[in-house]
Design a protein around this ligand. Structure first.
Ligand code: SF4
Length: 355
């Protein structure tokens, strides 16, 4: 176990110590395989109770380009098409607690649903019954009973921890985002652990956090993982300035900063996948493989990344090329990692589907 002081010092090393850090992290990989999941992105609504300083996805319900709710025929039409492309992950990602607005609540009621999670459950169930895809949902902060219900129809679920520092609630990143309160997110991740839900989480890098706060966030995830063992992968996602966002003038984290954070994450979590989104690091993505990253996350041959629409995903062939260039092999995986494909972690309907 790395101490807090050691972590903070590693997150700030330079010179040859960076190379050593990369070598140390890279030596922990279990295989030469770099995994990815062929997915389809389903942004059910862009209404969100939060208003993060770096977001381009969220809309007010009155906005002309707001999607109050994607109707079921549209969602299922996309998933059926994804089935033809051999996608295996239906990624349901959308704004948090959108049904707290009367506009979304009304739209859902017209479709015959009480709320977002009721609707999500219905879509996940249909996905399992009608297609060859497995649902992976990211609905935001949830109660334990809600997680329990969704476990029945999800192969894995996710919630970015982002950072444990309450200080970020006072700066542009999260000052208008009640759902980004760290204690709520920690509780959701812990409850997923109690329920044995294979889980994806991660950190957001470069939104105003210090190295100490980054180290504390990693240590908090380590504490949770030691207790429950359900974290299958950790995403290290870099902030990208975009025109029109509140944090437009914030600098993005340096490549060196990202390399150090990825390597330290692998050192602290040798048993987990460490993922860097290739679409946010188009020209630099391969270097992270030399720093211990071993997963590219979801890559869609069909839909764009609606949360970062200006950053297209590299084609699978391109991913394969730069993975192999470094001597690794690209390997497709399911949204649930192999070691979690067992009765403890998955419902009967998900296990049946996988088998
Ligand atoms: S980043 Fe996510 S949580 Fe924050 S406002 Fe956008 S959609 Fe909502």
């Amino acid at each position: 176990m790395l101490s807090r002081d050691k972590l903070i010092s590693l997150l700030g090393v330079n010179g040859n110590n960076v190379l050593q850090l990369m070598v140390d992290a890279n030596s922990l990989r279990e295989t030469n395989n770099i995994t990815f999941s062929k997915n389809v992105f389903l942004p059910l609504t862009n209404i969100c109770r939060n208003n993060c300083g770096y977001c381009t996805f969220r809309r007010d319900p009155e906005a002309p380009d707001a999607t109050l709710i994607m109707p079921p025929e549209e969602v299922m039409g996309i998933i059926h098409k994804a089935d033809i492309y051999n996608c295996r992950e239906a990624l349901f990602t959308f704004g948090e607690q959108a049904d707290a607005t009367f506009q979304v609540k009304d739209a859902l009621e017209k479709l015959g649903f009480e709320g977002m999670l009721d609707y999500l459950y219905h879509l996940c169930e249909r996905t399992l019954n009608e297609t060859g895809l497995l649902p992976h949902s990211n609905p935001g902060v949830l109660q334990k009973s809600e997680l329990k219900m969704l476990k029945e129809v999800n192969a894995s679920m996710g919630l970015m921890l982002e950072n444990t520092s309450p200080r970020l609630m006072e700066i542009p990143a999260h000052q208008n985002s009640p759902g980004k309160e760290p204690s709520l997110r920690i509780k959701t991740i812990e409850n997923a652990g109690k329920l044995k839900i294979p889980f994806t989480t991660g950190l957001l890098i470069g939104v105003g956090e210090s190295l100490e706060e980054r180290a504390d966030s990693l240590l908090e995830l380590r504490r949770i993982q030691d207790k429950y063992g359900h974290i299958q992968e950790i995403i290290i996602q870099n902030f990208k300035p975009k025109p029109g966002i509140e944090m437009e003038k914030y600098p993005e984290p340096s490549l060196l900063d990202m390399i150090r954070t990825v390597a330290v994450t692998k050192l602290l979590f040798p048993e987990c996948g460490v993922q860097v989104p290739p679409n946010l690091n188009h020209s630099t993505a391969p270097i992270f493989l030399l720093a211990g990253a071993d997963d590219w996350g979801g890559v869609s041959p069909l839909t764009k990344d609606y949360v970062n629409p200006e950053s297209p995903w590299p084609e699978v062939d391109e991913l394969k090329r730069f993975t192999e260039e470094l001597g690794f092999q690209l390997e497709e995986r399911l949204p649930v990692y192999q070691k979690y494909i067992k009765k403890d972690f998955l419902s009967d309907s998900i296990l049946r589907k996988i088998s």
